[in-house]
Design a protein around this ligand. Structure first.
Ligand code: VGL
Ligand code: ZN
Length: 230
């Protein structure tokens, strides 16, 4: 049997939704514009375009290394050198407490929960991946923790389903979407980013991230409509 070649095989799409959770929409780390994502997300979730739907969830313990509250005398949005179990020390941006496991802020938006339930009933495989669960290491990418220490089950789920392309949307464009798209490029998953279904923390950082993602080989489109024509 000839080897499977993802570059020439017909595209098999997964929808990969990044951190569409209450804290990033209407909670402690609400991202500007995240409140307009419901329409585009439900359009994506109800489409028959996808063989698989994966949703990542940021899922931190209450004393997580990325929380400003963990570091006395430091404020949210500062950067700080923090100890890292495998790399000695890393530069970490500090955040307000967010997505603490077991809280409402860590829950997926209703539109995503419901969309995934309905997709599952249509026979679409749905996978939820938790990230940032280790107290000592942050994880922006849905694929790996910072500095590649630990892989999540995401890559295995996608490759196990013979996915060749991922449509990526969610929050935040300049942090977890960015890192997840860069890893998807690295792993040959030919990501397509739909800006209408993404929202970023900072305007300048978001514009920079979009340029960076295109340069890394990701395809970037504005609308869900354009994306579903691919
Ligand atoms: C995120 C900041 C901290 C994200 C997660 O989902 O983009 N941002 N944790
Ligand atoms: Zn986080």
């Amino acid at each position: 049997m000839p080897a499977f070649n993802p570059q020439t095989a017909p595209s098999r799409w997964a929808l990969l939704l990044v951190d569409v959770q209450h804290d990033f929409v209407d909670g402690s780390l609400a991202v500007p514009g995240a409140d307009r994502l419901q329409g585009p997300l439900s359009q994506l979730l109800s489409s028959s375009h996808f063989s698989q739907i994966c949703a990542t969830r940021d899922m931190h313990p209450a004393d997580h290394i990325s929380f400003a509250s963990t570091h006395a005398g430091h404020e949210a949005f500062e950067e700080l050198d923090v100890p890292h179990p495998a790399r000695g020390s890393v530069r970490q941006k500090l955040w307000p407490d967010h997505c603490v496991a077991g809280t409402r802020g860590a829950e997926l938006l209703g539109v995503v929960k419901q969309g995934m339930q309905e997709a599952e009933q249509r026979g679409v495989e749905c996978v939820e991946v938790h990230k940032g669960t280790d107290r000592q290491v942050d994880s922006y990418s849905g694929f790996v923790t910072a500095q590649d220490v630990l892989f999540s089950p995401l890559a295995a789920a996608l490759f196990g389903a013979h996915v060749t392309r991922v449509l990526i949307a969610g929050v935040a464009t300049d942090f977890c979407v960015r890192a997840t798209v860069l890893d998807a490029c690295r792993f040959g998953l030919r990501p397509l980013v739909v800006l209408e279904a993404c929202a970023g923390v900072e305007e300048a950082g978001t514009q920079r991230a979009v340029r960076e993602l295109s340069e890394a080989g990701a395809e970037v489109v504005q609308s869900v409509e354009e994306a579903l024509e691919k």
